[in-house]
Design a protein around this ligand. Structure first.
Ligand SMILES: [Zn+2]
Length: 184
């Protein structure tokens, strides 16, 4: 078991579109660490770039609801279509600690994805699972919940965002300095 650092707003790894997963053989241990990290942080979803990995991969656990009996792993996902009424729901984000925003999203999505055995699937999702998938897919495309709300709401959180960003950049700087020392 290894707990990975959850990358926060301000780290460039969260701003870019993630690359497809090609090699499935080494995913098992990454998955284990990602689940451990997500549970430790008390999240219900985690995208690979939130632990600094540039991979089109995310995990979701909504087993506390009646929507799923097991946790989900989604690899190389693509939203094929969005359906149903749009609604608002308060979302938090492990990369934006202390911020929760009412985000408007469509009710249902059709998602094409691979599972850890590299098999392709195409399924329709609704409920909390659909919402969580859309949130994690946004991460893989460099989009935050803060990008999904009005400018007015964004301005309301300006101070909090700045604090998270500065902490995130300091963390990066310190990690880099430590690596330098280690190399020397
Ligand atoms: Zn998030």
């Amino acid at each position: 078991m290894a707990i990975m650092n959850i990358v926060k707003y301000g780290d460039p790894v969260l701003n870019n579109k993630c690359s497809p997963v090609v090699h499935f053989s080494k995913l098992e241990s990454i998955m284990e660490d990602m689940f451990d990290s997500m549970y430790e942080a008390e999240g219900i979803g985690l995208a690979a770039n939130q632990v600094g990995l540039n991979m089109n991969l995310f995990i979701i656990d909504v087993t506390h609801t009646d929507e799923a009996e097991d946790p989900h792993i989604f690899i190389n996902s693509k939203i094929i279509s969005k359906k149903g009424e749009k609604s608002f729901f308060k979302e938090g984000c492990l990369s934006l600690p202390g911020i929760a925003l009412d985000v408007e999203r469509p009710e249902k999505i059709v998602l094409k994805y691979q599972t850890i055995d590299a098999e392709w699937h195409e399924n329709e999702f609704d409920g909390l699972l659909s919402r969580a998938i859309q949130h994690e897919m946004d991460h893989l495309n460099g989009i935050f919940i803060i990008d999904r709300v009005s400018e007015i709401e964004k301005i309301r959180y300006k101070k909090e965002l700045k604090t998270i960003e500065v902490d995130s950049k300091n963390y990066l700087k310190n990690t880099y300095n430590n690596k330098e020392k280690f190399v020397l």
